[in-house]
Design a protein around this ligand. Structure first.
Ligand SMILES: C[S@@+](CC[C@H](N)C(=O)[O-])C[C@H]1O[C@@H](n2cnc3c(N)ncnc32)[C@H](O)[C@@H]1O
Length: 340
């Protein structure tokens, strides 16, 4: 069987509506094996493992970027979300859809299962990747897939600075360049840069990423933790086109470094009862009803930030503000009351 047909067959599981973890895990292994074979390069080498430190955060080394595929629910939900967004654009009678994929990794993992589903003339692709070693492998993978006649532009550039050609505006922009709590990597500066250059109806995938301060229930072993053991207290960040650049708002005043406001959260003593840890909770709306909930992926693992002693008397105060720097993160200052 040729590689195209193999990819279509193996990745068809991502498009099945029923979620079957065993099947998904088998698919992941098979998809990965095809990609590792066509790239003809061992990624588990020094050059492959080197992250790149940039002014707006780090870009993962090639080996690590390739591993993202193994976060199986993440991969499934992103592929489904992208596909649904394309279907919606087709229904809206778009003549040709332009997809910009920022941070492809070595395999353009999230888009390959989709490329073969649509006719060559339906979609044009701009694939953007900053890591030169990753980019070299991406070029090889694309050239080996027999995609002649497809409209694919490969660009080795930094998506936090990339200038979109106003005459070639994307309809869908994809980026999965994040970790839980939106720490370290460049999802936020990438989206801020791209959001201010496109019209309001451009679809961003993920559509929305939210951070909440939250509490984790006391006495639950880590392996037994479920969504119900977390209590969301206050939203502290919302990365979506609607919240970052509300319709009609001028984008010209935009200041990358000081974009996000400081938020004060007060957790009253009554609310703390039965909880022993303060956490940052990440939730992702990939597209419409396609979501990644708490703990469903490495991207949505709650991030521990503070123990709350059992005998705490009074309210806990937390100041938070998202900051973009060489290590982007939600910065916080926690004031615990005296405890007995
Ligand atoms: C988390 S990996 C994800 C890889 C792949 N998209 C996936 O979902 O499996 C993120 C990729 O984005 C690239 N990247 C990170 N920051 C970038 C930037 N500012 N511009 C372009 N690419 C970037 C990294 O080099 C890495 O290959």
């Amino acid at each position: 069987m040729d590689t195209q047909k193999e990819i279509i067959k193996v990745t068809s599981v991502y498009f099945e509506d029923t979620l079957d973890y065993q099947k998904l895990s088998k698919t992941t292994k098979a998809y990965k094996s095809i990609l590792n074979t066509i790239c003809e390069q061992d990624l588990d080498i020094e050059e492959g493992k080197k992250d790149i430190a940039l002014g707006n955060g780090k870009a993962l080394g090639t080996f690590w970027a390739a591993l993202c595929l193994d976060d199986i629910l993440r991969t499934r939900q992103f592929i489904r979300g992208i596909n649904k967004a394309i279907e919606d654009q087709i229904k809206a009678n778009k003549k040709q859809i332009h997809i910009l994929y920022a941070g492809t990794g070595p395999f353009a993992t999230l888009i390959l299962p989709i490329i073969f589903k649509y006719k060559k003339e339906t979609i044009k692709y701009t694939l953007l990747e900053v890591n030169p070693f990753t980019f070299k492998i991406l070029q090889k993978v694309i050239s080996k897939l027999g995609l002649e006649g497809y409209n694919i532009d490969l660009i080795n550039d930094d998506a936090t600075k990339f200038k979109i050609d106003p005459k070639n505006q994307p309809d869908i922009i994809i980026s999965e360049t994040m970790q839980n709590a939106l720490a370290k990597e460049q999802q936020v500066p990438i989206f801020l840069n791209l959001m201010q250059q496109v019209s309001f109806d451009t679809i961003f995938i993920p559509e929305k990423i939210e951070l909440h301060l939250g509490l984790k229930e006391a006495g639950i072993p880590t392996e037994a933790l479920q969504i119900k053991h977390y209590n969301k207290i206050q939203k502290v960040l919302d990365i979506s086109k609607a919240s970052v650049f509300p319709k009609g708002q001028s984008k010209s005043q935009y200041d990358n470094k000081n974009h996000f406001q400081k938020i004060k959260t007060v957790i009253k003593n009554d609310t703390l009862k039965g909880f022993n840890q303060l956490v940052i909770i990440t939730e992702i709306q990939v597209y419409k009803n396609i979501t990644i909930g708490i703990n469903n992926s490495g991207l949505t693992t709650p991030l521990f930030i503070q123990n709350i002693p059992e005998d705490t008397k009074g309210s806990v105060l937390i100041d938070t503000q998202y900051q973009i720097s060489s290590e982007p993160k939600l910065e916080y200052k926690i004031t615990l009351p005296n405890h007995a």
